[in-house]
Design a protein around this ligand. Structure first.
Ligand code: APR
Ligand code: PHB
Length: 389
């Protein structure tokens, strides 16, 4: 097999890169270790910045997103027994779109199938080779047979546990913080409590009321890192959620059986650099943010937005984009890392910081909801910082 760009991983990063390259007339093949059903079975965040919506438009895959996505002009912050709205639209002129990552993935897969673009699923023992030279290769096994893809470039879109970053581990510097808690998430076929997302700082721990559609809700509770989803019955989840939200939210909460319950650990992680000769890392393969603020998918999208443009420019005769890829991505990544770390630190219970730490959170939240400057800083980061030219 021969292609211009071999993409490892068919998550949102790999699929969106494939769609953008197709639009730019660049040929790509995607190699994924799992099955399509497995990829679509993962439940993840669901808040898209306008920059991400613009990239999905550019890729020609945003029709259903525009029809079914929910435009949100703000969020609610709950703390110390009160609720406060941060009005993104008034403060920044921008909004976000609530549309599940699973649906983004489904739309991208459908578009790939419609255009007859090649994706190899259930590839085993995937490995990347010779990206220091001019003729890189991706090797794997399919149904027991050895396969090779010869290419000009490799895009490592294979997530946090992928093979691409592992293949350059000795050339990478890692910056990391692991938080002492995770998020227990529950998905249910029930109407959301509010028309906007509600982030709560509560002495029993953080909670978030989110949604996927007018009839489907997503809720999260901060839990200790060593907790297990199996230990939580649906009733126990709903009871704990009611305790951690504003009374008006608890009153309007509609409960129902869970469709999914799982725990995600919280981590901040950046690997530098993101380019190694003809191998590029993008998305979760290069960085992780804690989910507070929903930056993960948006960062993956901006990485591949820069990468698709850089590769198209290469085939048009300029290597400026690929030479600047790592630095350009990392500037935006570090700002999103800062925002996600700050919002996580503000909203969660950190027992080790004691009563003083809690007082600091309350003072900061009080300032945040009364100062236009502070509210604007939250709003402009939440709706997404602009892409670089
Ligand atoms: N070979 C081939 N494919 C692989 C390999 C491998 N060795 N290792 C992992 N993969 C696949 C995974 O099965 C997965 O489908 O790579 C894909 C990576 O997808 P994601 O983990 O979704 O990462 P990414 O596309 O960067 O999307 C980032 O996902 O985790 C969220 O918060 C994150 O929303 C963000 C988004
Ligand atoms: C979600 O709906 O899954 C979600 C929303 C906002 C976040 C994180 C997750 O900050």
């Amino acid at each position: 097999m021969r292609t211009q760009v071999a993409i490892v991983g068919a998550g949102p990063a790999g699929l969106l890169l494939g769609a953008l390259l197709h639009r730019a007339g660049v040929d790509a093949v995607i190699v994924e270790q799992r099955s399509p059903d497995y990829v679509l079975g993962r439940i993840r965040a669901g808040v898209l910045e306008q920059t991400t919506v613009d990239l999905l438009d550019q890729a020609g895959v945003a029709q259903r997103l525009h029809a079914e996505g929910l435009l949100h002009g703000g969020i609610e912050l709950s703390f110390a027994g009160s609720l406060h709205r941060i009005d993104f639209k008034a403060l920044t002129g921008k909004q976000v779109t609530v549309y599940g990552q699973t649906e983004v993935t489904r739309d991208l897969m459908q578009a790939r199938a419609d255009h007859g673009l090649k994706t190899v699923y259930e590839a085993e023992h995937v490995s990347v080779h010779d990206f220091d030279g001019a003729k890189p290769q991706v090797r794997f096994q399919l149904g027991g047979r050895n396969e090779v893809i010869e290419c000009d470039f490799i895009a490592g879109c294979d997530g946090f546990h992928g093979v691409c970053r592992a293949s350059v581990a000795s050339a990478i510097e890692v910056f990391e913080r692991v938080y002492p808690f995770g998020w227990l998430g529950l998905l249910s076929e029930t109407p959301p409590v509010s028309h906007e997302l509600v982030y709560s700082n509560h002495p029993r721990g953080f909670s978030l009321c989110s949604m996927r559609s007018p009839t489907r809700s997503r809720y999260y509770l901060q839990v200790p890192s060593d907790d297990k989803a199996e230990r939580w019955s649906d009733d126990a989840f709903w009871d704990e959620l009611r305790r951690r939200v504003h009374p008006s939210v608890a009153e309007s909460l509609v409960t129902g059986p869970s469709l999914e319950k799982s725990i995600a650990p919280l981590r901040s992680f950046v690997a530098e650099p993101m380019r190694f000769g003809r191998l590029f890392l993008a998305g979760d393969a290069a960085h992780i943010v804690p989910p507070t603020g929903a930056k993960g998918l948006n960062l993956a999208a901006s990485d591949v937005g820069y990468l698709a443009r850089a590769l198209a420019e290469h085939y048009a005769g300029s290597d400026e984009g690929i030479d600047g890829y790592s630095e350009r991505c990392l500037r935006r990544i570090w700002r999103a890392e800062r925002f996600s770390w700050w919002f996580t630190s503000l909203m969660h219970d950190f027992p080790e910081t004691g009563a003083f730490g809690h007082k600091m959170q309350m003072a900061e939240l009080g300032y945040l909801v009364t100062s236009q400057a502070a509210s604007t800083a939250l709003a402009e980061n939440y709706v997404g910082l602009p892409l670089e030219a």
